[in-house]
Design a protein around this ligand. Structure first.
Ligand SMILES: [Zn+2]
Length: 351
């Protein structure tokens, strides 16, 4: 019996941790969520972004995405892949996640549920890496996908481009990880320096982690949400939801942003250098979501990926730009249950 961490909570919900071993032996897990009634629809797998964990989908709002999906009748599974802050810190790449984590997570859900086909909701670097699995035909069981923020074409604001191009090589020499927890406890030279820089430049709120997150993930004050979209409790809750992000990831995303599309980290010989070199090996219907106000990855990122897939199979995939939303408030916003989740449910119901 694997104990489920205390942070996985929700009124009337039961959380079970289901471990799985990734293709290279790395230990990951799935969090299975049960509501008050048995699911009447199939499984949906939720994949978090970088430097957080599966609990990011459990924001303290009236109705979060997990509550919403359970109400819709889905069987809900959350994946903690190797970037999860619940797992030991490691120098992960998108390639490793795509090759070793997601295919084994999908296989485990299929095994556990007995359902041969599943749906997925994938966010940010959970989305880029999962889309690498999709393109290479590693997750053929997944037939309907909601991707948020970025997938094959990362496009960032000019200031982020500058940071990725010039700051990442410098920061890399000082520290193997960036960590938004430095906003609370700066330990070591790099942490103190970056914390000082953030304190001098970010005055948008008094939450040290919120400000560090903005520094860590891009441009904007804040970068990943609009303050007006969060309730107070969620703004406080994020303080515990963000931690270490390795420089190995920044190296890969910097290269991808420079090239305008996702690039292999080059740490294996499975992936082509550019993911666009490979005809996508998938029949999945993909709906590309983006907050129109996203300052981490610009909405153009998803527009480009939608157009790419639409050219390959016209009038099959979808693009949903959500006004008034940024990056992560798409999931953790206090009114996302009203403004966003119905759009996702609609897209999930298409096949
Ligand atoms: Zn804030």
């Amino acid at each position: 019996m694997v104990q489920t961490l205390k942070k996985y909570t929700g009124e009337g919900l039961v959380f079970t941790t289901v471990p799985f071993v990734a293709g290279d032996g790395f230990g990951c897990n799935l969090i299975h969520v049960k509501g008050s009634t048995a699911p009447k629809k199939g499984p949906v797998l939720l994949v978090h972004g970088a430097g957080v964990s599966a609990s990011i989908f459990l924001a303290p709002v009236k109705k979060n995405i997990v509550d919403y999906l359970l109400e819709e009748g889905y069987d809900v599974w959350l994946e903690n892949w190797r970037s999860s802050i619940d797992l030991p810190p490691n120098q992960w790449t998108l390639d490793q996640a795509a090759l070793y984590d997601h295919p084994f997570a999908v296989k485990k859900v299929v095994e556990e549920t007995g359902q041969p086909r599943i749906k997925a909701i994938i966010h940010c670097q959970g989305s880029t890496s999962f889309m690498m699995s999709v393109v290479m035909g590693l997750v053929p069981q997944v037939y309907n996908i909601i991707s948020n923020a970025v997938s094959l074409h990362p496009v960032v604001p000019d200031f982020s481009r500058f940071k990725l191009g010039y700051l990442v090589p410098v920061v890399k020499m000082m520290t193997p990880y960036l960590n938004p927890q430095w906003g609370v406890q700066p330990r070591g030279f790099a942490a103190i320096m970056i914390n000082t820089l953030v304190r001098l430049t970010h005055h948008e709120c008094s939450n040290g982690v919120c400000k560090q997150v903005s520094f860590t993930y891009g441009s904007g004050f804040p970068a990943l949400w609009r303050h007006e979209n969060l309730n107070e409790e969620t703004h406080e809750w994020i303080s515990h939801e963000f931690a270490h992000v390795p420089m190995s990831f920044y190296r890969q995303i910097a290269l991808s942003v420079k090239e305008g599309h996702l690039r292999s980290a080059g740490d294996n010989d499975f992936f082509p250098a550019s993911l666009l070199e490979h005809q996508p090996q998938t029949d999945a219907r993909i709906t590309f979501f983006a907050g129109e106000k996203n300052l981490c990855f610009l909405p153009l990122s998803q527009q480009k990926s939608f157009e790419y897939f639409d050219r390959i199979r016209p009038n099959y995939h979808g693009l949903q730009l959500v006004p008034g939303y940024s990056h992560l408030d798409i999931f953790i916003g206090r009114n996302a249950f009203r403004d966003v989740f119905p759009l996702m449910a609609q897209a999930l119901s298409l096949n």
